[in-house]
Design a protein around this ligand. Structure first.
Ligand SMILES: Cc1cc2nc3c(=O)[nH]c(=O)nc-3n(C[C@H](O)[C@H](O)[C@H](O)COP(=O)(O)OP(=O)(O)OC[C@H]3O[C@@H](n4cnc5c(N)ncnc54)[C@H](O)[C@@H]3O)c2cc1C
Length: 376
């Protein structure tokens, strides 16, 4: 089979390597607009350590990834300067560039053709492919070309965020909330290498406007955020990687494929960063699509099977993500709570965690919350 993949992010690279591994006779090409060592963002976090689905699919890349993962058990939620620990969660982080490098190496070893520095503007160069995979991210060209078939919906959230790095090696995944003269900010920060962390700053639209961040330069924005989160940063600077203030696009598609063309990863649907699952779900799409292709030789039937088998799990996760981003869009309303009650409200925001499950998973935190309630 001749396979053309648009986009060399986690979804495209992982699907390419799985297909080549399935059958060395497949001719698999990945077309990527950027050079191999270019990436946006810093590190990504996985919401739990259960990346074992990667081990079953491709042990070689799994072990390379596992070797460089930063892992931790607790999450901290800082409100009114008080840090509340939620035990027993289990997160892991990795530099996005490191993840891509591992997947690129694995693709090369298997014989996937990687074509960097080529931005596609139409699908003519892949016209002779039996299967075309749109793994080209949130602003997908493939989705746009076939929009009347995929029927995408793109909702733009009102909160603003900017993705920085810092050398401060945070102990665990932390959310630091700040009530500031201009409004309300939250930083999502976590270590992804021994001395490197991601630091995403988010605020609501009125705060962003009051702070004048719309007209601020890169340096001015960084200095402003360093001022808001000075104590969390412990004297470290924020690092910019062409970091600009963005709004999050919530992308979904009514249909996942058309003829021999299919979408995966962020091109198919985005997952709000507050549930730390976008990369993981992109990799899961790749696994599910490769599985459907192995089971069903006829391409369009395999693509329909991919959607049938995989869509229920994806839709469930998107429901959690939607409740999570709405919580952030309304975070002002929750700030009146005490730090422990605030952390509890945060933990329950996705609607997928019952009080019983929280008690089992995070016994120390649940006990602290129940003790506070009993006192009040
Ligand atoms: C602020 C922020 C924080 C995040 N944090 C996390 C996190 O902590 N954990 C997590 O799991 N996820 C996180 N994510 C989400 C994660 O980054 C994405 O879900 C993931 O990268 C999706 O992988 P992908 O391969 O589908 O798309 P991408 O990683 O976007 O890759 C798409 C690729 O396609 C290429 N491309 C696009 N158009 C073309 C074209 N026309 N021709 C050729 N190439 C093209 C692009 O250059 C890119 O390399 C975060 C996202 C944001 C915005």
């Amino acid at each position: 089979m001749k396979i053309g993949v648009v986009g060399g992010g986690p979804a495209g690279l992982y699907f390419a390597l799985l297909m080549k591994k399935q059958d060395r006779g497949h001719d698999v090409k990945v077309v990527e607009q950027n050079p191999p060592d270019a990436t946006y963002g810093w590190g990504v976090v996985f919401s739990d350590r259960a990346l074992s689905f990667l081990e079953a699919s491709d042990p070689d890349s799994y072990h390379d990834i596992e070797r460089v993962l930063q892992t931790w058990d607790d999450q901290a939620i800082v409100h009114r300067g008080q840090s509340v620990r939620v035990d027993g969660l289990g997160f892991s982080g990795i530099a996005r560039l490191e993840l891509l490098r591992i997947l690129q190496d694995r693709c090369r070893r298997l014989g996937v053709r990687l074509q960097f520095g080529t931005r596609l503007t139409d699908l003519a160069p892949l016209g002779d492919c039996d299967l075309v995979v749109g793994a080209d991210g949130v602003n997908s060209l493939v989705r746009e070309i076939h929009r009347e078939h995929f029927r995408p919906s793109v909702e733009v959230l009102s909160n603003r965020y900017v993705w920085y790095g810092t050398a401060q090696p945070f102990a665990c995944l932390t959310l630091t909330f700040r009530e500031h003269r201009d409004g309300v900010f939250v930083a999502h920060h976590y270590r992804y290498a021994a001395a490197a962390s991601t630091f995403i700053v988010e605020c609501d639209a009125p705060t962003w406007a009051a702070a004048g961040l719309g007209g601020a330069s890169d340096d001015e924005s960084r200095r402003y955020c360093e001022d808001v989160f000075g104590d969390a940063l412990g004297g470290h600077r924020l690092l910019s990687n062409k970091s600009t203030w963005l709004t999050f696009k919530v992308v979904t598609n009514e249909r996942w494929s058309h003829d021999n063309v299919v979408l995966i990863g962020d091109a198919l649907r985005t997952v709000h960063f507050s549930i730390g699952s976008g990369t993981r779900m992109a990799l899961e799409d790749a696994v599910a699509l490769a599985r459907a292709c192995a089971a069903t030789p006829e391409v369009s039937a395999a693509l329909r099977e991919f959607e049938r088998a995989h869509r229920p799990a994806v839709d469930k996760r998107l429901g959690v993500a939607a409740r999570s981003f709405l919580w952030y869009e309304r975070m002002r309303e929750t700030l009146r709570l005490t730090p422990v009650a605030f952390a509890y409200d945060y933990m329950m925001r996705g609607g997928s965690l019952s009080p019983e499950r929280l008690r089992e998973r995070s016994p120390k935190f649940a006990a602290a919350y129940e003790a506070e309630r009993a006192r009040s």
